[in-house]
Write a protein that binds this ligand. Sequence first.
Ligand code: DC
Length: 277
Amino acid sequence: MAQALLPVRFCLALVAKMQWKSTWRKKRTARSDRATQMLKLTIAIDGPAGSGKSSLAKRVALLLGYLYLDSGAMYRALALKALRKQISFDDFVALDKLARATHIELQPPTSAQEAAGSKNCVFLDGEEVTQAIRTPEVAQGASRLATIAGVREILVAEQQRAGAGGGVVMEGRDIGTVVFPLADLKIFLEASPEVRADRRWKEHQEKGETMTLAQVVEEVHERDRRDRERKVSPLVRASDAVLVDNTAMDVEQTARLVVMLARERERELSKAAAREA
Ligand code: DC
């Protein structure tokens, strides 16, 4: 009897060990899956006009293999539609209604558009408006309609949907404070007003637009004032954002600094995930 029981006991022990191993393997896979998911950070980059957010966010996204999203393009696309429809930027009710009836989509640029310096490919109700939204008139309009709470609510919800999966670098004015208040890494980018105006002026010149430096200084100053002083979601540095002043830094130097901060954050998060597992 004992002889007959021995192999059964042995088999039971073997089965238990196999089950334990398979559970352990599953747990280990789940733990590493979780760690991998955790590694897909959400990075928020905020700052005033001309601070170099777009170039930085694009470069960081490329270096990390993340998705780059330009939230300002959404405000610009809506402003373009309002201009085309001749809706006054003082008519908050009509602009709110317009936002609700508009579909804006951001897509990664094609390689040709990328080479030409495009940010995201922007579609307004299905029409591509990537270039059309890059005019001083649209920029001013965007800054004006960005003061309307109802408009912001709609666009913020859209931005949250677009970046929901993580592995994203989103730039704007309120990403670290409103859109992704729990972002894994927040950068507030600054540069002196002179340097910011000079960068914007060069951008206009490259596009063949004839704006004087004085006009650009005025445009940047006006937008700064409106973006920082508006009642809803003004441009402010989130308390947990890292302040990066790139007045004397080029894009590559700034991007390397942000990637270093992102890697550090990834390490912290994966350690925390491993401890939890
Ligand atoms: O980043 P940009 O210059 O393309 O933005 C155009 C305007 O849109 C900017 O003056 C303010 C507004 N904006 C905003 O209020 N919140 C954002 N997250 C992004 C842009």
